[in-house]
Design a protein around this ligand. Structure first.
Ligand SMILES: O=CC(=O)O
Length: 326
């Protein structure tokens, strides 16, 4: 990740006002780095001067806290929202576009870590690593004997829903395992040697595993519905490292409870931090608290993306991770 450490003679106008939205805030070291160039308001540390909000030019929106039209209305001079996640479903893009406010996201800062995690969840579901761990800790090995066999990953047909920067990293990892990769995306990506399906039903019908890693938008809300689950079939596995609402969670629970799906690895849920409790009983489901992106390395990369976007914006350079509202 390219870090642009701007010198004192750069063309950023004098110390633009930057607000960090939502607690907990970034670490102190990053706050200090931002303060070298920007007039930063960090709600953990600073009390806002009376006119601060009227003059804020940039908003760093930490995590998934919503940036609604009401939030934006509080900031009449705002020019840019810098999201700190790969997803941008929590930002009112239409309102930003109406007001001419630029939006950026985490770019590729998390892609490799999320891809690693998706593969980890998949292997865990297929080979029952977490379930076997529970089996040992419950003292069952000497009593009940060997744990049931798991399933091989290699040669399975993996369908990737969203071949963006995360999806393509997942594919890169699964090819050497011997998986056959197919995908669906808004449009075909001829630069990749994988089979493209026009829609998620055809993808699911031709896959053993469906990995969900596209953006959540109005069009992709509940894109994995009961028809997609039925097409995947009773041995099919769903891995979701995108957003909970990409999958119809009620239907997912129903399919899993009835044995109409083979398993699931879920890092994201509809109503986080609450997870449907009936999933707790299912040994073929691996649950994880929305941490796929989280490593110290990815956090550092994220800080570089934010700093680079901020400095680029105020010196009228192209943004590193501009979110297009299309
Ligand atoms: O879930 C994490 C992200 O969208 O970056």
């Amino acid at each position: 990740m390219a870090t642009q450490d701007y010198q004192e003679d750069n063309t950023i106008p004098e110390r633009p006002k930057v607000l960090i939205h939502r607690l907990p805030s970034f670490n102190l070291e990053f706050s200090c780095r931002l303060r070298t160039h920007f007039d930063l308001l960090d709600p953990l540390i600073d009390l806002p001067p009376a006119d601060y909000f009227a003059n804020v030019l940039a908003l760093i929106s930490v995590g998934p806290s919503p940036v609604t039209s009401d939030t934006l209305a509080l900031l009449p001079s705002l020019q840019i929202v810098l999201g700190t996640s790969a997803g941008f479903d929590h930002i009112d893009l239409a309102e930003c576009s109406r007001r001419g406010i630029a939006v950026t996201n985490a770019g590729t800062a998390f892609s490799e870590d999320v891809a690693d995690y998706a593969v980890g969840l998949l292997i865990d579901v297929l080979r029952s690593i977490s379930a076997s761990d529970r089996y040992i800790r419950a003292g069952l090995w000497p009593i009940e004997g060997d744990y049931p066999l798991g399933f091989k990953l290699g040669c399975r047909r993996v369908g990737i829903l969203g071949l963006g920067s995360i999806g393509s990293e997942i594919a890169k990892r699964l090819v050497p395992f011997g998986c056959r990769i197919a995908y669906t995306s808004r449009k075909e990506k001829p630069q990749f040697p994988f089979t493209f399906y026009e829609n998620v039903y055809d993808l699911a019908a031709n896959s053993d595993i469906l990995i969900v890693c596209c953006s959540l938008t109005r069009e992709t809300h509940h894109i994995v519905n009961k028809d997609v689950m039925a097409a995947l079939g009773k041995d099919g596995v769903i891995i979701n490292v995108g957003r909970g609402a990409l999958v119809d969670e009620k239907q997912l629970v129903r399919f899993l409870m009835r044995g109409e799906l083979g398993g699931a690895g879920l890092d994201v849920f509809d109503n986080e931090p609450y997870v449907p409790e009936c999933l707790f009983e299912l040994e073929n489901v691996v649950l994880s608290p929305h941490v796929a992106a989280m490593t110290p390395e990815s956090m550092e990369a994220l800080q570089d993306v934010i700093f680079t976007n901020l400095t680029a914006f105020f010196s009228k350079q192209p943004l590193l991770s501009h979110v297009q509202n299309d």
